[in-house]
Design a binder for this molecule. Structure first.
Ligand code: LHQ
Length: 257
């Protein structure tokens, strides 16, 4: 069904694997189409309560496929048609999205990871703001997410110098949640994703929506947004279940509704 990605589901988790290992999973227009389709499928499937994005082979994603470079294309249009909707799809998906960074994440591949809600890095992972090496500027949300993740000064340094950031350095910068030894990477990602998929999904979706929105809001707006979100969360099954479980001194069993 897909040519450039693999889409699999298990235990409430959708696994989306970028699958062009010979090009270090570089983006093509078809990969954009397929990724967006997969994210829609994951969004609509009520059984799916967490999404993992990872790469086949030794890389996470090397950004735009430079071997397909068509000089007649306006890069602004390439972004508007492929990358921007992809980043928006990740941000607006009200389920947790985990970037499982198995290897190098370069250029827009790094941007893809930065737009996700969690980043788990293999000890083999690295990040490169590769844009500058081909005379380009960070894109695909990179200029939005990177300074928010690591602060303005560090973001400038990474974006302008384009030096490789190893997994342990990325962890020290707060760029990744965790660094995991390569041999146990997939099983640890799976455990993390399954843990998220058994949590109160509606509440996670609301946290995600309003935490993103908070960057553009003042305190008065955030307080009201919290009230709106809490009103919705307070009416969920999972809220009732959480309270009952607490009172009955048992583990809650959340269903994501
Ligand atoms: C590749 C690529 C690649 C094709 C490795 N394309 N083949 C948005 C909108 C519009 C236009 C432009 O850009 C953007 C956003 C962007 O993403 S711009 C930035 C584009 N990406 C890059 O500049 C990164 C290019 N790649 C690299 O710098 C290196 O490959 C990294 C650092 C990722 C990995 O280095 P190595 O581990 O030494 O691997 P390698 O360079 O030997 O690559 C292995 C193969 O993969 C190789 O092919 P070959 O046939 O020689 O085995 C590369 O040509 C191919 N490959 N990235 N983006």
């Amino acid at each position: 069904m897909y040519e450039t990605i693999i889409y699999e589901t298990r235990a409430g988790v959708a696994w989306v694997t970028l699958n062009r290992p010979e090009k270090l999973n570089a983006f093509t227009p078809l990969m954009h189409k397929e990724l967006q389709k997969a994210l829609k499928v994951a969004e609509r499937d009520e059984e799916i309560r967490a999404v993992v994005i990872t790469g086949a082979g030794r890389a996470f994603c090397s950004g735009q496929d430079l071997s397909n470079d068509d000089q007649t294309l306006d890069y602004g249009d390439v972004l508007r048609e492929g990358y921007n909707p992809l980043i928006q799809a990740i941000v607006s998906l009200e389920k947790p999205v985990i970037a499982a960074i198995n290897g190098v994440a370069a250029g827009a591949g790094a941007s893809l990871a930065f737009a996700c809600d969690f980043r788990l890095a293999s000890s083999q992972a690295s990040f490169i703001e590769a844009f500058i090496h081909v005379g380009l500027v960070p894109d695909s949300g990179n200029l939005y997410f990177l300074p928010r993740l690591v602060g303005h000064a560090k973001a400038m340094e990474l974006a302008v110098l384009g030096e490789k950031v190893r997994a342990d350095e990325a962890a020290a910068l707060g760029l990744v949640t965790n660094v995991i030894e390569d041999e146990i990477f997939v099983s640890q990602v799976e455990a993390f994703a399954v843990r998220l998929a058994s949590m109160p999904t509606k509440a996670i979706g609301l946290i995600k929506r309003y935490m993103h929105k908070s960057w553009d809001s003042d305190l008065t707006e955030v307080l009201e947004d919290e009230a709106i979100a809490q009103s919705t969360a307070g009416q969920t099954y999972d809220h009732k279940e959480g309270v009952s479980a607490f009172m009955e001194k048992r583990k809650p069993s959340f269903i994501g509704k």
